[in-house]
Ligand binder design. Structure first.
Ligand code: TRH
Length: 388
């Protein structure tokens, strides 16, 4: 970590409120790093410094300001210190900018490109809302909505340049074997299905662990520290699980890993045959890992998540034959609370080789789109053009 740079208006200024978990800051930190890697100046405001510190341990002890990976990190506190606004201002997930900042933006000439970066969804309505303008009622500013997504009607997905090549080099260079060896699991994994588990609370584990321990193929479950540990510990017999622990139950072996940085988490995903992911950012990273995955969606009070899950499944499963499509849909639904995951597991496990090929094709097709940072830069340049 470098000492903090003097404050000058950056090219990009991103505002992030951590609602819950790490997804919001995970997306903003990744976007900020990507923009900074192109040589742009980037300032990222985060209200919850401890959540940031979890993803970037290097800044955990900094007191509200740090420079890391070329990104100026600032604690978003109240009252807002109001330095001069950036040329492009990203309000992540409708987090509502400080009013002093909005007024400062209105005094800029030209005004900044102002973007509300929205949550990811595969639903069809996204294409109708992506890039929509929302004029400020009084200040003459215009905010635009920018939606990540899976097709040309959206802003695409975050994907660092060279990410897929790095993944392929990691795999070709024996990264998986080295990672497993480093965890002390090398000898156990030769014929095993290696699975990562990043999840919220998950009652389905109680039964699923029963299916896994009696499965014909050994299963190695790699679990980063987090919210799922209590349910997993319950399913394994009750004793609490802690980082570094190993448990063996018949064909099932469990290892609890420390929460890594984002690059380390990518390497874990690249090392596994199947990845359980959640929320938004890990869900996208599993798709770049191009291996079968299971998505636990973030639950919303009005059940809006159910439509989101169906919309993604419809896109992702398109082109699969009936049997693997049904197996995939049943298991994903059960993992999200509809049906028995243990009953759905055998068919899903049998479909994994087909799903591996299918997901590799899915991932390659997504990679043919421009990534979100590239599209965002292009769009901001476009809306900052003086009217002609
Ligand atoms: O933490 P999440 O559940 O975040 C969610 C979603 O973003 C959701 O859309 C949002 O509304 C809600 O929060 C409030 O899951 P997500 O999005 O996968 O974010 C986790 C981040 O943590 C991601 O950037 C990957 C990172 N990570 C690591 O860096 N190291 C790790 O070891 C693990 C397991 C994850």
């Amino acid at each position: 970590m470098n000492p903090i740079a003097p404050q000058t208006p950056p090219e990009w200024e991103i505002f992030c409120r951590v609602v819950d978990n790490y997804g919001d800051i995970g997306v903003c930190w990744r976007l900020a790093r990507m923009l900074a890697a192109t040589g742009a100046t980037v300032r990222l405001w985060v209200d919850d410094w401890s959540a940031l510190g979890r993803l970037c341990p290097a800044v955990a002890d900094a007191t509200g300001a740090a420079l890391l990976a070329g990104v100026e990190l600032r604690q978003w506190s109240s009252p807002f210190p109001a330095p001069a606004p950036g040329a492009n201002v990203i309000e992540a997930f409708a987090c509502e900018l400080p009013s002093s900042q909005v007024h400062a933006m209105a005094r800029c000439s030209p005004p900044p490109a102002w973007i509300n970066l929205e949550y990811l969804s595969a639903e069809d309505w996204v294409a109708g809302c992506h890039r929509l303008a929302s004029p400020h009622p009084a200040l003459g500013l215009v905010k635009h909505f920018f939606f990540p997504g899976f097709d040309a009607g959206s802003g695409g997905l975050l994907r660092e340049p060279g990410l897929l090549a790095a993944r392929d080099r990691y795999r070709a260079g024996g990264g998986r074997a080295a990672l497993l060896q480093g965890l002390g699991l090398g000898a156990d994994t030769a014929d095993a299905l290696v699975v990562s588990l990043f999840a919220y609370e998950q009652p389905a584990l109680a039964e699923l662990v029963g299916a896994w321990r009696h499965s014909p193929q050994p299963l190695v479950l790699l679990v980063p520290e987090g919210r799922v540990l209590a349910d997993l510990a319950g399913a394994l017999g009750g004793d609490p699980l802690a980082v570094g622990e190993r448990r063996r139950l018949d064909a099932l072996q469990v290892a609890v890993l420390p929460f890594s940085d984002q690059d380390g988490y990518d390497r874990l995903l690249w090392s596994c045959d199947l990845n359980f992911v959640r929320g938004e950012d890990s869900f996208v990273r599993a798709q770049w890992a191009a291996a079968p995955f299971v998505w636990q969606i973030y639950r919303q009070p009005d059940d809006a998540h159910a439509d989101k899950l169906d919309a993604f499944l419809a896109r992702y499963a398109a082109g699969l034959d009936d049997a693997p499509r049904t197996a995939l849909g049943r298991f994903w639904k059960a993992w999200n609370g509809e049906g028995s995951a243990a009953a759905a597991w055998p068919d899903f496990a049998a479909a994994l080789p087909l799903l591996a090929d299918h997901t590799a094709r899915w991932s390659a097709a997504l990679a043919a789109q421009d990534d979100l940072a590239t599209q965002l830069k292009r769009f901001c340049n476009h809306i900052r053009q003086p009217a002609g």
